[in-house]
Design a protein around this ligand. Structure first.
Ligand SMILES: [Mg+2]
Length: 253
């Protein structure tokens, strides 16, 4: 890979073959972090919404002819809530590439039922003051914790076909090399009949290296954690997605 360029160096020519733009969510379209609280059988989750300015930008990209796909570890119900206003213009690949919602249809990319059914019960029995709660998921397991919990890692490590990803606030547990963002993106690219050169992807964290690897143009929203062809400087006021979309709209309209 050559030198990473600043996003404002992205040109219309660079975008010539790009038909699909893939967005990571947390740290890109909304600030990082999920608030969760579980008391007995009651789980409370905070829903973040994208800002009106990003709604307008997504619509603009759509009218410029780009397809937009959201790729996240979050569950579908939550992504639908977050992106309610732009659902006609986006597809949602959720739970680390497990499935894609597209215009009301669900394209399921993996079946993790047999692999995760037993380990879920084992994980439910773990007692630790660090565990905040299990997030509702269909295809992966997500456990929010205030700190790493060794027992969780031990249980999962007994299953060679499973992974744990600790992202500083939660564990994602899924099928190794299968339930990952890139696999979901690639499966959805087949639905749209697109190739790698047709895709631009943006992410901000270590686990997005895999997402970016399926894209012709890679954009990093955190240069310290992730390499890209282009990068966006961390800026508390302007979300990375805002800066990326702003640049694409500016050079294409
Ligand atoms: Mg992220």
């Amino acid at each position: 890979m050559g030198k990473q360029k600043l996003i404002r160096e992205l040109t219309k020519k660079d975008l010539k073959k790009i038909k699909l733009i893939a967005f990571d969510v947390d740290g890109v379209l909304v600030p990082r972090g999920t608030k969760i609280k579980q008391t007995g059988n009651v789980t409370r989750l905070e829903t973040k919404r994208i800002l009106p300015e990003q709604v307008e930008q997504i619509k603009n990209l759509h009218f410029l002819g780009f397809k937009i796909t959201i790729n996240s570890g979050r569950g579908l119900y939550m992504l639908q809530d977050m992106f309610r206003e732009v659902l006609p213009f986006v597809s949602l690949t959720y739970e680390n590439g497990s499935a894609t919602w597209y215009q009301g249809n669900i394209h399921q990319h993996v079946n993790s039922f047999k692999s995760l059914y037993r380990v879920y019960s084992d994980l439910k029995s773990v007692r630790s003051k660090y565990i905040k709660g299990f997030e509702q998921k269909e295809f992966i397991i997500t456990i929010h914790c205030t700190n790493r919990v060794k027992r969780i890692e031990e249980i999962v490590s007994k299953h060679r076909n499973l992974y744990t990803i600790w992202n500083g606030e939660a564990y994602d547990i899924g099928m190794r090399n299968i339930q990952q963002k890139s696999r979901g993106l690639q499966s959805f690219m087949k639905v749209l009949k697109l190739k790698k050169k047709n895709v631009l992807a943006i992410g901000d964290n270590y686990n997005d290296r895999d997402l970016l690897s399926s894209a012709g143009i890679r954009v990093s929203a955190d240069k310290a954690r992730l390499k890209g062809d282009f990068y966006i400087e961390l800026n508390k006021k302007n979300l990375p997605a805002k800066q990326l979309m702003g640049q694409i709209i500016a050079v294409c309209s």
